[in-house]
Design a protein around this ligand. Structure first.
Ligand code: SAH
Ligand code: SF4
Length: 405
């Protein structure tokens, strides 16, 4: 727990973002990219071909500099660079947990009259996969009582480009893109990737930033670019009921729902959006989720809070509520953060809870806490917490039961 590696990453001169950046091409749909090209005078008959080339450079090859685009003529590269950017966000810090989890604090340039903003993204390596946890908003408008992000004031939505950039940046840092020696037009294999899965489980409520999250995820799942299968992308929502059908129809990724309680009275406190969209409405929207089947189940997230929502009666009620919904239940041991007022359920209780659910025929994996020592675990993200001060780190160690984290 003590050997936390904090690597302040020096800011390279170029091609990283500077203030008052020109508009970014990252995250634009093919049509919007075509319009951008037309705007700088690319003849209409060439636009499609140029869009395909750019798409491959941006998402297949991951270049962050127009100069590297070998099959695009110098004049066009210069015109692109004068008008647009494809810069990555600035990495303010990169922390590596003792368990290999990495957390980046990223800074994006101001939009309009705003200020630069910072968000966190987390990479969690496992034996059979590598999951990148991506943020959708700076802060959150919601105030779930057990979530660190919920204590941060909502600053703004991230753009589609800023969401996609988190994935590009992680792939840069993890060596997931082919190197410059790879010939132009080479087929880029998917095998051996470090980032195999993406979860929209970072800061923010993705369904309150619907259009940007949709555009970003459609770019990330595009077969000619980053090409992550939609089955390997999961969007987690606290339960924005009216947007759930649209998420299925327009995005089509896997859905995770932060349930956390089986009674409205308690869920009103834990996940206050419940007052607007109570459990019955939420579950009705889940039952009707487009594309739902045994092969495409909804994940219900359930944070384990000691003496709050963790009785076996709660587990039985959970099973009853979910009857008929192809589901799996992800039990998340509560991750403490400085100032939090809950405790994580005892490990034996979590196991007993899981067993009730298991016996009813649901998979109920217990999410192993990852990266707690760098505040990178579920619900611990908050961008004001640039770096843990020693005092906070000690407080955190005291909160984590021995043998965990
Ligand atoms: N805003 C979205 C996605 C981000 S949070 C949502 O709420 O679903 C990802 C998951 O972590 C959610 O299920 C969230 O409820 C849970 N979470 C939040 N704070 C937590 C904490 N301190 N410990 C464990 N899980 C937490
Ligand atoms: Fe926002 Fe999700 Fe945290 Fe609730 S749990 S405050 S919705 S980020």
């Amino acid at each position: 727990m003590t050997d936390i590696a904090v690597h302040p990453v020096p800011r390279p001169a170029a091609p990283f973002a500077v203030e008052a950046d020109p508009p970014s091409l990252i995250g634009l749909s093919r049509d919007a990219l075509g319009a951008a090209l037309a705007e700088i005078g690319v003849p209409e008959r060439q636009v499609r071909m140029r869009v395909a080339q750019l798409w491959n450079w941006l998402y297949g090859r991951g270049v962050a500099d127009f100069g590297a685009m070998a099959n695009i003529g110098k004049d066009l590269r210069t015109a692109l660079a004068q008008r647009f950017t494809i810069a990555r966000p600035q990495i303010v810090s990169e922390q590596v947990s003792t368990d290999g989890t990495r957390k980046w604090l990223l800074r994006f340039p101001p939009r309009g009259a705003g200020r630069p903003v910072e968000v966190e993204a987390v990479y969690i390596p496992e034996e059979d996969r590598g999951t990148l946890c991506v943020s959708s908003q700076v802060g959150c408008t919601l105030t779930c009582s057990f979530c660190h992000t919920g204590t941060q004031r909502m600053v703004r939505n991230l753009t589609a480009g800023e969401i996609v950039s988190q994935i590009l940046l992680a792939r840069d840092r993890l060596g997931d893109f082919p190197d410059a020696a790879t010939p132009v037009g080479a087929v880029i294999p998917n095998e051996g990737r470090r980032v195999t899965n993406v979860v929209m489980m970072g800061m923010g409520e993705p369904l309150y930033n619907f259009d940007n999250v949709r555009d970003a995820l459609l770019t990330v799942s595009d077969g000619e670019g980053i090409a992550l299968s939609k089955r390997r992308i999961t969007l987690s929502t606290s339960g924005v009921v009216p947007e759930i059908p649209r998420a299925g129809e327009e995005i089509g990724v896997m859905l995770a729902v932060s349930l956390h309680a089986v009674r409205d009275e308690l869920r009103d406190v834990l996940v206050p959006i419940n007052k607007k969209y109570p459990i019955a409405e939420l579950l009705a929207a889940c039952r009707a989720y487009p594309g739902l089947s045994n092969a495409r189940r909804i994940t219900f997230e359930y944070v384990m809070l000691k003496d709050v929502n963790d009785t076996l009666a709660d587990a039985r009620e959970l099973v009853r509520l979910l009857r008929g919904i192809p589901a799996k239940i992800n039990l998340i041991p509560f991750n403490p953060w400085p100032g939090s007022s809950y405790e994580c359920s005892d490990w034996e209780q979590i196991e007993r809870f899981a067993e009730v659910i298991n016996r009813a025929g649901y998979a109920s994996p217990i999410r192993t806490p990852r990266g707690r020592d760098i505040l990178a675990a579920c619900g611990q993200l908050k961008s004001e917490s640039e770096r843990l001060r020693a005092r906070e780190r000690l407080a955190l160690e005291a909160m984590i039961p021995a043998g965990e984290g």
